[in-house]
Design a protein around this ligand. Structure first.
Ligand code: PLP
Length: 393
């Protein structure tokens, strides 16, 4: 999938590399299904959001059929599910998240709290080690409708204990929503077994579905028909082409759809999922742990003497698929690293984030990247670069 003569790519946790099968399939969908089939192709396209959702559920997220829909963006799906969760929990008016959750999650929750006059209770999270169970327990109470957290923290890579935290939230009578953006495709997820109520997640990172590919949403079967999302679009309408006068949503997961689905992106989600299924998510996780622990070993040995510090959990079971290193000059060091042929990532305030997608990362990539990093740190070549922050993806 990834060209051998390209840079070393350690940012697949922002945008996964392009699978060759996806390139070919998209060419086919565009050239043949759209180009020649025209509107007649809707017959084969219309079921894809649910079909591909089932595929994702089977191979990546431990969800039985009929609970995942490929639709919209993570941000929009979060908006839909939080509104629906509040409506489904009358009398409970508090939302909980943590202060290191991904910005879009915090902003959407802030917005909904402001629109509905609810309280958003923000728990403190350690930037390096992730969620604190004590802080969550202290925030939970009989007024809480929903807890919304990330499975893998975008900055540190800390991996939350999904079944345990979901259990604590349920003990307080609240619903649990997981953001899977940094775990789907890299860490085995068992949504059904963990008891999770709701989940959202993007497909352009470890699922390799491409920039802006549609996201997934999960709603546990038992909740579906008592939840109503706030965007009353015609793609969740019963007998859609009757063009009836009033909104009447279909039963099941498709009631969480909105408007016309993004077919080319959905096909890319299908191809990416097939690729990961072929490798097997448990084997990918095994390789991911081996890669991240190898990186940590080299960083301890080569980079600690140059002022780097590990800013991710050290225990394998507590870490997702990226490793974050703290250094006061992380921004300029990352720019120097990119110039040296290794694409890493910077995150505020002073973090170098290295993502190691298991299907595209070799152990020799880790060695080469860290070797270049130790050279940059030793020679301080980054000192020639501007310290001004420019666009960060
Ligand atoms: C944890 C998390 N949630 C949400 C998003 C983004 O959502 P969207 O695809 O709607 O921009 C990201 C993007 O990196 C993310 O890391």
């Amino acid at each position: 999938m990834w060209a051998d003569d390209g840079p070393i790519y350690l940012d697949g946790n922002s945008l996964g590399a392009l699978p060759l099968a996806t390139q070919a399939r998209i060419a086919e969908v565009v050239g043949s299904e759209w180009g020649r089939g025209l509107v007649r192709s809707w017959g084969k396209w219309v079921g894809l959001p649910r079909e591909v959702g089932d595929l994702v559920g089977e191979h990546l997220t431990g969800a039985a059929a009929g609970q995942i829909l490929v639709s919209d963006s993570t941000t929009v799906n979060l908006f839909k599910l939080v509104h629906a969760a509040l409506d489904a929990q009358p009398g409970r008016t508090v939302l909980i998240t943590d202060d290191d959750n991904f910005p879009t999650d915090r902003y959407v929750l802030q917005g909904i709290a402001a629109q509905r006059g609810c309280e958003l209770r923000m728990i403190r999270t350690d930037l390096d080690n992730g969620l604190s169970e004590e802080a969550l327990l202290a925030a939970l109470g009989p007024d809480v409708a929903l807890v919304s957290l990330s499975h893998v923290a975008y900055r540190s890579g800390a991996l939350a204990d999904m079944p345990r935290i979901t259990g604590l939230v349920h003990d307080a009578g609240a619903l649990m929503l997981w953001d899977l953006c940094h775990s789907i495709g890299a860490v085995p997820i068992r949504l059904d077994a963990s008891g999770a109520d709701l989940a959202i997640g993007c497909t352009y990172k470890y699922v390799h579905a491409g920039p802006g590919a549609p996201a997934i949403l999960y709603v546990r079967t038992e909740l579906q028909d008592r939840m109503q999302q706030p965007i009353w679009g015609w793609f969740s309408q019963n007998d859609q082409f009757a063009m009836g006068p009033a909104y009447d949503p279909v039963p099941g997961i498709e009631r969480f759809g909105t408007g016309t689905p993004q077919i080319i992106g959905t096909v890319a989600v299908q191809e990416g999922t097939k690729l990961l299924a072929e490798a097997g998510i448990d084997r990918l996780r095994e390789k991911g742990i081996a890669l991240t622990s190898y990186l940590i070993r080299l960083a301890d040995e080569w980079l600690t003497p140059h002022g780097f510090r590990l800013a991710s959990p050290r225990a394998d079971a507590r870490r997702g698929n990226h490793v974050t290193l703290q250094h006061p000059e992380a921004w300029r060091i990352n720019q120097a690293l990119i110039a040296a042929g290794v694409i890493g990532d910077y995150r505020t305030p002073d973090r170098l984030r290295l993502g190691l997608p298991p299907v595209t990362t070799r152990f020799s990539d880790v060695w080469d990247a860290l070797d270049r990093l130790r050279q940059i740190a030793a020679d301080k070549t980054y000192e020639d670069l501007s310290a001004e922050l420019t666009r960060v993806t």
